[in-house]
Design a protein around this ligand. Structure first.
Ligand SMILES: C[S@@+](CC[C@H](N)C(=O)[O-])C[C@H]1O[C@@H](n2cnc3c(N)ncnc32)[C@H](O)[C@@H]1O
Length: 213
């Protein structure tokens, strides 16, 4: 048995809806590797359950796997705003939400995250950043004042396949975007953070309250 198989066999399995969505994502899209998958999905669900957010913002939905995981922790009456630029994914996203029974708690927005964030008049307890890697710094700046004190910002792919560690750092816009984001968060005295080396790196960032700064 491999380490991965052992870990999977000793962790709570994915729900039927998530297993269905993972299969459909492989069958119906060309970029199934973008899906967060069982390991990271379980972690997102656990973090959300611990935080019990009333309002979540997700940037980069793809087929909706992470929306379903994050929604597991919503407080009663809570809402998740899910933002995706590719509207060709809508049917699959909505079918997954319906199978997971979360369609009443999701507000799905199609468009560029940088245009949509300023239109959302909400105070977010949890934000998940997983859209355009070149624009993580912009998302962080745009959303920061809309995050509650003590709220969480989770950012995926912050190791970017190890490219951010290379010397010199590759000049492609995606690696540069992630590296700049990690530097910005590390230097921001308004937050505390920890990078979990799960999958491609998940940065868990907590916004400090005024009395903690
Ligand atoms: C890595 S995938 C998201 C995976 C998803 N969170 C999951 O866990 O299954 C990134 C998604 O961000 C979307 N995206 C890229 N640029 C975007 C933008 N400017 N605004 C909104 N979504 C964007 C892509 O279309 C893609 O579906």
């Amino acid at each position: 048995m491999t380490e991965k198989e052992y870990l999977q066999s000793h962790s709570t399995p994915a729900s039927e809806a998530l297993q269905w969505l993972e299969r459909q994502t492989h069958l119906r899209t060309n970029h199934a590797r973008m899906l967060s998958g069982r390991e990271q999905g379980s972690l997102l669900a656990l973090i959300s359950r611990l935080a019990k957010p009333a309002c979540i913002l997700e940037l980069g939905v793809f087929t909706g796997y992470s929306t379903i995981c994050l929604a597991q922790g919503l407080a009663p009456g809570g809402t998740i705003h899910a933002v995706e630029i590719n509207d060709e994914l809508e049917d699959l996203i909505r079918e997954g939400y319906s199978r997971a029974g979360i369609e009443d708690r999701v507000q799905l927005h199609f468009g560029d995250a940088k245009q949509i964030i300023p239109q959302l008049d909400c105070c977010f307890d949890l934000v998940y950043i997983d859209a355009n890697k070149r624009e993580y710094c912009d998302y962080y700046r745009l959303v920061f004042d809309k995050v509650a004190d003590g709220g969480l910002i989770l950012a995926d792919n912050v190791l970017w396949d190890g490219k951010v560690l290379q010397e010199p750092v590759p000049q492609d816009a995606q690696t540069q975007g992630i590296a700049a984001f990690n530097d910005m968060v590390a230097a921001d005295s308004r937050v505390e953070n920890f990078i979990l080396p799960v999958r491609d790196g998940l940065s868990v960032i907590r916004k400090l309250g005024p009395e903690e700064r």
